[in-house]
Design a protein around this ligand. Structure first.
Ligand code: AMP
Length: 288
């Protein structure tokens, strides 16, 4: 299963992605997480991204596209993946299409978590409080001011992806305002529906392929039969017999034509003779 989770910050993408990981045995590829790790390790990418992330801006496309391309090549992504936080712009979505095409991979679905913006601030505040309670460091971009900026970015740059994927018939929208459990169940439901649809389509395609192959075999057999006929009986004879319906037709037509050419009486030849005899008798009778 290869999925994208789409939704504004605080829509529950991370939580649902973790559940999908368990359910389908696939990996979660979160560009936000990878960038935070790069910042923590102070790699060249991390150093570049640090300031942008702290202000709620978007890290340049070429950086995130490079990260994702490398990550897709890792063996653990071979079984499938969930992209969380990527793509975030139409340019990234186009780059992803290119990457997947080159890697001969097909995207199964894009799950959009739709939420009320008014609830997001509350959610992000709750997330920060829970993180603090666990004694962990709160994300630098989980503040009301930065969230406002991240939301504005989402609206301007990421929301167009809803049309992008709906045009490509990949979009599945789920109400993200329900409880975590309900959202998980709903995602499960929409994903199994596409699973069934794809299984049906695959079955239909295989039936079509089999029928086409059978038709091709039949249309080839007369030539095969004709070639083999000179070689003697056996398989060749069988093939000729298969082709026989075509060969039979002209013969039966010929017979029909021949019988149509003959006058009704000539079918035996007796009728004409009988007529002549009757005429002779009548002439004799007249003379007498
Ligand atoms: P997230 O954890 O997905 O909310 O991402 C945290 C931050 O990382 C974002 O606010 C961006 O600054 C940056 N980021 C993550 N993913 C991307 C992306 N696909 N394109 C650009 N910037 C990103």
């Amino acid at each position: 299963m290869r999925l994208i989770l789409l939704g504004p910050p605080g829509s529950g993408k991370g939580t649902q992605a973790q559940r999908l990981v368990q359910r389908y045995g696939i990996v979660q590829l979160s560009t936000g997480e990878m960038l935070r790790a790069a910042v923590a390790a102070q790699t060249p990418v991390g150093i570049k991204a640090q300031g942008i992330m702290a202000s709620g801006g978007l890290v340049p496309d070429e950086i995130v596209i490079g990260i994702i391309s490398d990550r897709l090549d890792q063996p653990d992504a071979a079984n499938g993946f969930i992209l969380d936080g990527f793509p975030r712009t139409v340019a990234q979505a186009e780059a992803l299409d290119d990457l997947l095409r080159k890697k001969h991979l097909k995207l199964d679905a894009v799950v959009e978590l739709r939420v009320n913006e008014s609830a997001l601030l509350q959610r992000v505040e709750t997330r920060a409080a829970e993180t603090r309670a666990r004694g962990e460091a709160v994300r630098a971009d989980d503040t009301p001011e930065v969230l406002t900026n991240r939301l504005a970015n989402y609206r301007a740059q990421t929301e167009p992806l809803i049309h992008y994927y709906s045009d490509r018939r990949k979009l599945l929208t789920v109400d993200g305002m329900m409880t975590i459990e309900h959202v998980t169940r709903e995602i499960d439901r929409v994903l199994s529906a596409i699973g069934e649809r794809e299984a049906k389509a695959a079955k239909k395609a295989s039936v079509k392929r089999t029928a086409k192959a059978a038709a091709a075999k039949v249309s080839k057999s007369p030539r095969k039969g004709a070639k083999a006929a000179g070689k003697g009986p056996g398989k060749a004879a069988k093939q000729v017999t298969k082709a026989a319906p075509k060969a039979k037709k002209p013969a039966s037509k010929g017979r029909k034509k021949a019988s149509r050419k003959l006058p009704a009486g000539s079918r035996t030849g007796i009728a004409r003779k009988t007529k002549k005899t009757v005429k002779k008798v009548t002439k004799k009778r007249a003379k007498a």
